[in-house]
Design a protein around this ligand. Structure first.
Ligand code: CU
Length: 340
């Protein structure tokens, strides 16, 4: 724990000059299989005329304002989170597994002490007091660094529905989103209890494979064609980046006027303009960060067009974590990597 805290402080120290510079400048692979062979489909739903398969237990999550609407308790095992954003703002749903600290289960009430620290820190950073802002993080409870980020659905734009399947262990969880409105983190969270169950142990079946790591960035060697895909995202490693969080994968629909540099800088919460709504692009889900060795499954119906995968990290392009690609009707889909 002490080591982690020291590392955290060192990272803050190293990171402050980067923030100041930034402020000055900008003030494992699954197996291929046909869907007909899936054993775990329990329910199907029609989304834009396509049936999305469900793997394991289906948990429907809805946002209608600054809220998460979902059951208070779900069974453990493979779980498909289908997240409908019916609000006017971009959100995501990150699944935090709360730790047991000194023999005591950390609760939702304990968790609620964290967002105000980030809000106060960001206020100071936004007013140019970066050093004071980062000093605020000393107020974080020590167990903050034992929270396990356990996947979830990536950024989802207003009016969109996205679906991601992850394995959830029994435990006490919080679902959260820390996108900003008016420069302030929402905050937006809900307690979720996961009870031990053995009904959902069959892993999803993927049609495409992706890996993400510090060394290779986002790697996806098969070009997706238009249609329904379940993409296995393997977290080959996981370590905090400059913003103290690990890497994740978000799907972006690119338009002719999309500015990839603007998108890249938006992906860093510590940038005063980062993660602030409205988002500069349309987000179509993805997976939140998971510990090394885990695999999340993104199920998406891809229409022809231009897209990007992007991680919510500072400077994603330099880390090969902003990858453009084209989805075509024919065999000519291609993966790109740095289109301007
Ligand atoms: Cu949100």
């Amino acid at each position: 724990m002490k080591t982690q805290q020291s590392k955290f402080r060192i990272m803050i120290f190293l990171w402050i000059p980067l923030l100041l510079i930034g402020s000055l400048v900008s003030c494992k692979n699954g197996e291929k299989s046909d869907f007909s062979h899936q054993m775990d489909i329990e329910e199907r739903v029609v989304v834009e005329h396509v049936t999305l398969p469900v793997f394991g237990n289906l948990v429907e999550v809805k946002t209608t304002g600054m809220n998460f609407i979902l059951p208070d308790e779900i069974p453990s095992g493979w779980t498909t989170f289908r997240y409908s954003n019916e609000s006017q703002l971009t959100h995501f749903m990150l699944i935090d597994k709360l730790p047991v600290y000194k023999g005591k289960q950390i609760t939702y009430a304990d968790f609620e002490k964290i967002p105000p620290v980030f809000i106060d820190a960001m206020d100071l950073i936004n007013s140019g007091k970066s050093e004071e802002g980062f000093a605020e993080f000393d107020r974080l409870p020590v167990w903050t660094f034992d929270i396990i980020y356990s996947g979830g659905v990536g950024l989802v734009s207003p009016g969109e529905t996205a679906q991601t399947t992850v394995y959830v262990e029994p435990g006490t969880y919080v679902i959260e989103c820390y996108v900003k409105t008016g420069g302030k983190f929402h905050p937006m969270s809900k307690q979720l209890d996961v009870k031990k169950d053995s009904s959902y142990e069959t892993p999803p079946v993927s049609t495409l494979n992706m890996a993400i790591s510090r060394e290779g960035g986002i790697e996806m060697h098969e070009a997706p064609k238009a249609g329904l895909h379940t993409i296995a995202v393997q977290f080959k490693d996981q370590e905090p980046h400059e913003h103290f969080l690990g890497h994740d994968v978000n799907l972006v629909k690119l338009e002719k006027d999309t500015d990839l540099n603007e998108l890249a800088s938006w992906m860093n919460w510590a940038d005063p303009d980062g993660l602030n709504t409205p988002a500069p692009v349309k987000f179509l889900g993805g997976t939140q960060e998971m510990p090394e060795g885990n695999t999340a499954y993104i199920t998406v119906n891809l229409k022809p067009g231009n897209y990007a995968w992007v991680a919510e990290v500072p400077n994603p392009r330099s880390k090969n974590m902003l990858k453009t690609f084209t989805v075509s009707q024919d065999e000519n889909g291609r993966i790109g990597g740095g289109k301007d």
